[in-house]
Design a protein around this ligand. Sequence first.
Ligand code: ZN
Length: 311
Amino acid sequence: MTLIDFLREFPDEESCKRKFKEFREQAGVVCPKCGGTDHYWKRDREQWECKSCRTRITLKSGTVMHKSRLPYRYWFIAMHLLTSTKKSFSALELQRQLGHKRYHPIWHMVHKLRAAMGKRDGEYVLAGRIELDEGFFSTVTPPDKRDEPLKRGRGSQKKTKVLVMAESELVASPKKGAKPRRVGYLKMRVIEDLTKETINEVVRELASDATEVATDGSTSYVDLKEYIPRHDAQVISKDKVGEVLPWVHIAISNAKRQIINTYHDIKPEFLQNYLDEFCYKFNRRYASQTLFARLLFACVTYKNEFRYLYG
Ligand SMILES: [Zn+2]
């Protein structure tokens, strides 16, 4: 959606609210008390009323905007900017563009949108052949670790560890110069440490449908084959990494570049949110035309337990 299209479709608060209501009804309004799905719309109060138990449901309840006092249009503008730009968009920049006085509500809104993206992608479990590796992202040193002597390299307090997994099918006969593997879905998860237990737990949660995993032969992964049928652990030299694990490395370097270019001084506890946004957009790279609608749908169904109608 271009900016012109956006302004035409959402010229004011009313048009955003109307679209929001339309999406909620499309997703199905469910009574939180009795589970009823038939409601009256009370126009004067802007609430639904359950036909069976009379419980009132506000427009925002159960969505990502629950309790938000910001205008719908702010949310729509934020969703538009997050989904229409190739790169990311910082809350500070958004606050400037909106001319909003306080930073925190805007920051909170953008993080809620990223949480909706993360939750939506959480519905999907990686399958087939996957690549797996760790990335080390620069973050600010947590206050409780500032007095410790600075460690170098992978164990540094200035780095946050991230486990990266990508579906990666072998291309039967790749064209000359093309990558030997084709990438599918991507996942990134901040992890506390690089122990076998931690890594196994994350792999089990995010990639339980995987049939084969390629790693660089680091010892943490030794018992992956307990639940992934085939584990191809190769000790690889630096110049071969691009052949064996091409996509996780491309994803890690793109994510780093994008995050560093947009944000400064990322706290480790918020890194996951930025990664969620990166993965969400990466995983829908062929659906950029419908990204806004998809995100809006993820927002209105944020607290729903039922399966999503579309991605
Ligand atoms: Zn009810």
